[in-house]
Design a protein. Structure first.
Length: 187
């Protein structure tokens, strides 16, 4: 490989990592970007879809400064129908970066509509299984890793994960697997 090819490869890699690092708006939220301070919802605000500000429906769980919990997100009228009445779960880093956003539709029948909706923005899923008791779909995109699982009991849950958080989760899983592999087989 000559030095011009190496330079071109490095430049394109930097451009891809820069674009992947930029936040992308998902359902009105900045995935991979800063989230302004979020307060707790009042009892009168829970379930209102009109002008309620962004708020935690319940106190988020804290793990090493990372907040995980259920959000009420304003702007129902600006979301696709499958997400208009969804429940939203989020993971927000210690630095206030939205790392993961999950929308939980309550109807398994929304599967095809969600696949079509997400595909219109992120391209066709790299894996989709629409038959069986638990239809799934997976998308890989520079702006987000997306996974959807639908069940008859809970409906469809679609999870949008920032590339940085997905990479960190993968590293953590690999480290855990290596740790487990080092365990003795016999008691």
């Amino acid at each position: 490989m000559n030095k011009h090819m190496i330079l071109a490869t490095l430049i394109s890699g930097l451009a891809l990592s820069a674009s992947a690092a930029a936040p992308t708006t998902i359902l009105g939220m900045p995935l991979g970007g800063q989230v302004k301070s979020i307060r707790a919802c009042t009892m009168n605000e829970i379930g209102r879809l009109d002008s309620t500000p962004l708020c935690w429906i319940e106190t988020p769980a804290l793990d090493k400064g990372v907040r995980k919990g259920t959000l009420q997100i304003p702007g129902s009228a600006t979301r696709p129908k499958w997400a208009a009445y969804a429940r939203f779960d989020a993971t927000i880093s210690k630095a206030g970066v939205l790392q993961r956003l999950a929308a939980n539709s309550h109807r398994i029948e929304d599967y095809a509509e969600i696949v079509s909706s997400v595909s219109s923005r992120f391209g066709a899923p790299v894996l989709a299984r629409s038959t069986g008791a638990e239809p799934t779909a997976t998308w890989k995109h520079p702006d987000a890793d997306i996974f959807m699982l639908c069940t008859r009991r809970y409906g469809c849950s679609i999870e949008f994960t920032s590339p940085a958080y997905a990479a960190a989760q993968k590293r953590e899983a690999e480290q855990q697997a290596a740790k487990e592999a080092a365990r003795p087989i016999a008691p």
